[in-house]
Write a protein that binds this ligand. Structure first.
Ligand code: NAP
Ligand code: G4F
Length: 324
């Protein structure tokens, strides 16, 4: 039974990846950081099947000890300060976790067992002010936020450890992917959660920033499958993972409010608080390399994704639940 270590197992992707790897027959070890309140809600349903271990991307000693104790065959580095907006108010912290954290982990691997296969969660945010449409593996980076800059560092240090030490290090350049488990601060979940609240008479307004930004939105469950496929390849490489479709925030509003027979123009208020100092205007990926090399393609369409998220928020609120 192979062993996989997931950093960021309590996050959206970590929870889907843990489920997927359990189904593949892996022993799954999840690294969790110390918090004053337990935040295991996304993995509560599989908590008995995974092993959780305490560690932090800021603490290299903890990373070395985890590798020595659990001896993973594969490591999926999903841990990050992942919210772009926060990266302007906490740029140094974002760099410590999202950029230097990658080096801490890579070097722990080099010290303990350089044969471990490593996946780095790189991001389409690296393309930022895009130099090419659609974006592919060879498109130059032009990050537009401290988060994007940190991810560029994480990407290149992954490539560097591959080239310097011959390690099996792969970078997955994933475009936006969403799900009912998406954090409430991200625009898709913020919208679907408000749609459900408004439909059920629990809210009457949704405050948003830039409605013109365009993103290539896919389903997180599809994207974790691509992560695993990447580490099953003989040779490490970099792959774009995307749907190839782009939609504006306004189009997301159309789909989400329209699904429950509401008109978003009656509820949405634009609020300068949610505007960013520098915006990424257009993302759309070309995942043809992942298609032919990995046999990967997305299964969930844009409309299906939006409906899935609205349905989940409606169901949760009707059941009297609070948002995850
Ligand atoms: P997420 O829901 O925000 O999860 C982030 C995870 O990182 C959480 O488990 C968090 O733990 C953990 N973490 C944060 N700081 C840490 C630290 N110092 N030490 C250890 N763990 C720490 O993010 P996601 O959407 O699942 O994304 C997963 C990864 O893919 C991230 O690296 C993200 O930047 C990248 N990515 C995401 C997308 C996307 O559209 N979702 C696209 C491209 C790349 P807590 O629960 O304790 O906060
Ligand atoms: O949902 P978002 O916060 O996601 P963003 O910035 O694209 O980042 C996500 O995807 C990246 C991949 O490209 C990941 F690397 C990253 O970790 C994260 O998962 O914002 C999407 C768009 C932006 O253009 C933003 O300006 O929506 C716009 N937006 C408009 N109003 C808003 C809001 N975003 C948020 N979060 N909240 C708003 O009220």
């Amino acid at each position: 039974m192979p062993t996989a270590l997931i950093t960021g197992i309590t996050g959206q992707d970590g929870s889907y990846l843990a489920e997927f790897l359990l189904q593949q027959g892996y022993r799954v070890v999840g690294m969790v950081r110390r918090t004053s309140t337990v935040n295991f809600h996304r993995i509560a349903h599989i908590q008995d099947e995974v092993e959780l271990v305490s560690g932090d991307m800021l603490d290299q000693i903890s990373l070395v000890h985890i590798l020595e104790e659990y001896r993973p065959d594969e490591i999926y580095n999903l841990a990050a300060q992942s919210f772009v907006q926060t990266s302007w108010s906490q740029p140094v912290f974002t760099g410590e976790v999202t950029a230097l954290g990658v080096t801490r982990l890579l070097d722990a691997i080099r010290i303990v067992d350089p044969a471990i296969r490593f996946y780095q969660a790189s991001s389409s945010e690296m393309f930022g002010k895009v130099r090419e449409v659609p974006q592919r593996e060879t498109t130059p980076f032009y990050p537009r936020s401290p988060y994007g800059v940190a991810k560029v560092y994480g990407h290149w240090i992954t490539v560097n450890y591959r080239e310097s030490y011959g390690m099996h290090c792969t970078s997955g350049i994933l475009f936006n992917h969403e799900s009912p488990r998406r954090g409430l601060e991200f625009v898709t979940r913020k919208i679907t959660h408000h749609v459900a609240q408004i439909k059920l008479g629990m809210a009457d307004e949704l405050r948003l920033g830039n409605l013109d930004a365009r993103r290539d939105w896919g389903f997180a469950g599809d994207y974790v499958r691509a992560m695993w496929l990447m580490l099953q390849q003989e040779t490490p490489d970099d792959y774009v993972v995307a749907t190839g479709e782009t939609h504006s925030v306004a189009e997301f509003l159309d789909e989400a409010f329209g699904y429950v027979d509401l008109d978003w123009h009656d509820y949405v208020v634009q609020d300068p608080r949610y505007m960013r100092p520098a915006e990424v205007d257009l993302l759309v990926g070309d995942a043809s390399k992942a298609g032919h090399a990995l046999g990967w393609e997305p299964n969930v369409s844009f409309a299906e994704l939006v409906h899935m998220m609205v349905d989940a928020d409606l169901e949760m609120l009707r059941d009297g639940g609070t948002a995850l």
